[in-house]
Design a protein around this ligand. Structure first.
Ligand SMILES: [Zn+2]
Length: 200
């Protein structure tokens, strides 16, 4: 398996490596790298000054190192759904696994609709659709032992900066490029701060 590009919310800027102070505003971005999606945190100066790549940059949000206890940002299912379909386009193994896992989450939350579970030649497939994408999307179930599943789940959580078990409907924090609308995703170490900016 490839190196972990997705890490816990960082303590420092990915570009200049300056540490974030408690309460300091910074940006978090989800970048669709070749092998897997990556969560990157940037200080405001580096974020403003960096070269933009709309193809690669899926979403970003402004956040802040939390002072005191952990804050939960609400999950934005429109963004998650958009990320799900973007990840489905990549055939890199890590994308496929994360995509399948995210698909299960979205299924449970009824953000996507189950068409069927099928088994063909010993392989399991999940087939889902959504209102705005009626063409069924077929995902092969990855073979995962429970420990891998946990690992993948942590990875997804770190990527999205959100606790998938404790989501709530609500406020805006991340915007998917090209997504019609979006509202927040979030996490342990950062709290959502500002309204989202469009990526593209
Ligand atoms: Zn920086």
């Amino acid at each position: 398996m490839a190196d972990y590009a997705i890490r816990k919310p960082s303590e420092a800027c990915f570009a200049c490596e300056a540490p974030f102070e408690k309460g300091q505003e910074h940006f978090s971005a989800i970048l669709l790298e070749e092998q897997e999606p990556a969560r990157r945190d940037f200080c405001v100066a580096c974020f403003d000054g960096r070269e933009r790549d709309p193809e690669r940059e899926f979403a970003f949000w402004k956040t802040r190192r939390t002072v005191g206890g952990p804050e939960r940002r609400p999950v934005d299912f429109n963004t998650l759904r958009e990320l799900f379909f973007r990840m489905a386009e990549s055939h890199a193994g890590e994308y496929q696994k994360l995509c399948y896992l995210l698909g299960l989450v979205l299924l449970r939350k009824r953000v996507v609709k189950l068409e069927e579970f099928v088994t063909e030649q010993g392989r399991d497939y999940l087939v889902v659709s959504t209102k705005n994408r009626p063409e069924p999307l077929r995902l092969e179930a990855p073979e995962l032992v429970p420990a891998e599943f946990e690992e993948l789940r942590d990875k997804l959580k770190a990527l999205l900066d959100v606790d998938l078990e404790e989501e709530a409907p609500g406020t805006s924090a991340a915007v998917a490029a090209g997504a019609p609308s979006a509202s927040g995703a979030a996490g342990d170490e950062a709290e959502s701060e500002a309204a989202p900016d469009a990526t593209a």
